[in-house]
Design a protein around this ligand. Structure first.
Ligand code: HEC
Ligand code: HEC
Ligand code: HEC
Ligand code: HEC
Length: 217
């Protein structure tokens, strides 16, 4: 009986702590099986009623997207990332984001000009092909760049945000780069209540908390 009780308490605890982690990609803007745009996007992604398949496939994944190496992530499709200007992309996840967030989701492998594509260039969610007016991405986190005199005073020690914000290795083998996924989680991230943090952010930016995680200001 005591064992059963312990088991019950253990299960209750698991259930209690499991709830706050429930937020996922399901029903978000990256769940292209729902929402008003789903039909148009699905015509390009060929995902059917599957969520993950817009971006990942279990077999026959692609190895390059345009000229970029995107192997090792079971990537579903080359979304025809435009030539990005203004900043140099060198971290895989940034490359994958810009395949769509240049504003047009089109299947680069499909040469039929009449092929369907999802155009969201008129929305703020499309960053466009020129990243000049966007926060630096795929740059080494300045705290590590000791050639800059302000590096360790203007920026926080990465040890202070370990487990919250991630820094990435680039295709040029540089380490500790800030990339799209440093601030975002493409699958959605839960806050302490279990709700998704808006805009797929890793840290809710209320009171600029995300910015202040890195910047000493
Ligand atoms: C809108 C595109 C998109 C969709 C949809 C998507 N993913 Fe991802 N996923 C990515 C990107 C981009 C990365 C690379 C992240 C990185 O390198 O930091 C990734 C990485 C991953 C990884 C490896 C690294 C990690 O974060 O754990 C797994 C596992 C994964 N996805 C599983 C899934 C599953 C399961 C689904 C469906 C429930 C899914 N993804 C849906 C874009 C997507
Ligand atoms: C397969 C295409 C695709 C990929 C890959 C993709 N996105 Fe998106 N994303 C979209 C679309 C479509 C929307 C919805 C656009 C809209 O409604 O204006 C969106 C919406 C978003 C939003 C707004 C969310 C909201 O709730 O308002 C953010 C932030 C975002 N994406 C970030 C990313 C990041 C970061 C990556 C890479 C790690 C990424 N996306 C990869 C297609 C994609
Ligand atoms: C330094 C942190 C940071 C980096 C790096 C970053 N973002 Fe964001 N992003 C944000 C914040 C914060 C917001 C929310 C802005 C707001 O709600 O006012 C946001 C919003 C967005 C949106 C939604 C815009 C809208 O109007 O709804 C998209 C799409 C997006 N980011 C994509 C990307 C992509 C793609 C990359 C990489 C090329 C990237 N982000 C890199 C911090 C970042
Ligand atoms: C993951 C860490 C990180 C986060 C989070 C972050 N930044 Fe940055 N930020 C950087 C790095 C690294 C640079 C590049 C600095 C350099 O190389 O001199 C930078 C540069 C800047 C610059 C200088 C612009 C430029 O083109 O060099 C501004 C302004 C800025 N960030 C504002 C913000 C704001 C606002 C937020 C929150 C929305 C934010 N940052 C979030 C790391 C971060």
């Amino acid at each position: 009986m005591k064992k059963l009780f312990v088991l019950f308490v253990a299960m209750a605890l698991v259930a209690a702590f499991a709830v706050p982690c429930l937020a996922t990609i399901v029903g978000t803007k990256h769940d292209f099986t729902v929402g008003t745009d789903s039909t148009a996007i699905k015509a390009v992604t060929n995902q059917g009623d599957e969520i993950c398949k817009a971006c990942h496939v279990p077999h026959n994944a692609i190895a390059t997207s345009g000229t970029y190496d995107v192997s090792g992530i079971l990537w579903a499709k080359d979304y025809g990332a435009a030539n990005i200007t203004g900043q140099t992309l060198k971290v895989r996840n940034s490359i994958l984001c810009m395949g769509c967030h240049d504003g047009v989701i089109a299947d680069a492998a499909n040469t039929d000009p009449a092929a369907p594509k999802f155009d969201f260039t008129t929305r703020t969610t499309a960053l466009g092909t020129d990243l000049t007016n966007d926060h630096p991405v795929d740059v080494v986190y300045t705290w590590y760049d000791t050639t800059k005199s302000y590096a360790q005073t203007a920026f926080k020690d990465p040890a202070t945000f370990a487990g919250k914000i991630r820094l990435y290795t680039g295709t040029d083998a540089s380490t500790n780069n800030v990339a799209c996924q440093s601030c975002h989680d493409v699958h959605g991230k839960a806050d302490s209540t279990g709700a998704n943090i808006p805009k797929f952010l890793r840290i809710n930016n209320s009171a600029s908390a995300l910015c202040l995680t890195c910047h000493n200001k």
